[in-house]
Design a protein around this ligand. Structure first.
Ligand code: ADP
Length: 286
């Protein structure tokens, strides 16, 4: 059973034109999917549709279906969906509701009526997982932006969702905080959680994403391996500027007849470029 299936799904907010238009897509269980595209493409709406917030909270009109963890989002309440699909919104600070770190994680578990011992166990486990152990009694207001972000993820993870959907989770973080966050998401994915993340910085997502979904004006342009999607973007002016600089270089070199191996990180890119330079030097000295 796939993690998420969009079947001919279209959606328009009240009084608006379609924010998503005839989306057909399968997101495999246990995969790491990056959702990319220009502003207004429908990326946030895509996340909200998986969480059922669209249409349950926003109303509006829709056609087709979204199936999350085997359940049609229309047949489930937002509350029931939230136990299977954990969502971290772009404005994640608005999701923080309590005073201390431990209370924040325990909050939704208490609401779900879990026994105290189980709550204590899960609080300890998820805080260790996100690197916030020792801060149980710290006031949420005293945490850094990165710590708050990880706390929200801990609170969402404590409910043991099968799918984690995050909308621009690194947007308020410094580069180090963003690296730590993506390392955490990578680890969660290795443990079997399906990760779906909206990210505008494609270089950051490359080392982790197995699938990249490119949206534009509510339509699905392409869903494929990240390298294939970048190659597609390269052929269309509206997308090409958001391709990471080192990938732009790779695609330019390819046009000039120099085929380099695909790379995921800047380090791998430098290795490939180094190989190319040494080859040229061998040619020159021969
Ligand atoms: P992205 O996340 O890619 O920037 P969004 O999903 O936020 O795109 O928006 C897709 C389209 O839906 C845009 O045209 C946007 O103006 C519109 N939209 C987003 N939220 C609302 C809303 N609450 N009411 C009406 N229109 C909205």
């Amino acid at each position: 059973m796939p993690a998420v299936v969009f079947k001919d799904f279209s959606y328009a907010y009240k009084g608006s034109t379609k924010a998503l238009d005839s989306i057909n897509l399968t997101i495999p269980k246990g995969s790491f999917t990056a959702v990319v595209g220009p502003s207004g493409a429908g990326k946030t709406t895509f996340c909200l549709a998986i969480a059922g917030v669209v249409p349950h909270y926003y109303g509006g009109s829709l056609a087709g279906q979204v199936i999350g963890d085997g359940q049609n989002t229309l047949d489930s309440s937002m509350c029931a969906l939230s136990s299977r699909v954990g969502t971290v919104l772009e404005d994640y600070e608005s999701q923080l509701v309590t005073m201390t770190v431990a209370e924040e994680v325990a909050f939704s578990l208490e609401n779900a009526g879990l026994p105290r011992a189980e709550i204590a166990k899960r609080v300890e486990q998820v805080l260790a997982l996100v690197g916030l152990r020792g801060l149980e009694q710290a006031e949420v207001a005293t945490l850094s932006g990165g710590q708050k972000q990880r706390l929200i993820i801990a609170a969402v993870l404590a409910t043991e969702p099968a799918i984690l959907v995050l909308d621009e989770p690194a947007s308020a973080l410094d580069p180090e905080g963003a690296d730590e966050l993506y390392a955490l998401l990578g680890n969660l994915n290795k443990q079997g959680i399906t990760i779906i993340v909206v990210e505008h910085d494609l270089a950051r997502i490359m080392p982790y994403a197995q699938q990249m979904v490119l949206l534009n004006q509510g339509k699905l342009v392409i869903a494929d391996r990240p390298a294939q999607v970048l190659t597609h973007m390269w052929q269309h002016d509206i997308f090409s500027a958001s391709i990471p600089p080192l990938w732009q270089l790779r695609l330019r070199l390819r046009q000039a007849g120099f085929e380099l191996e695909e790379w995921l990180t800047d380090e791998e890119a430098m290795g490939e470029l180094q190989k190319l330079i040494s080859k040229k030097e061998v040619c020159r000295s021969a």
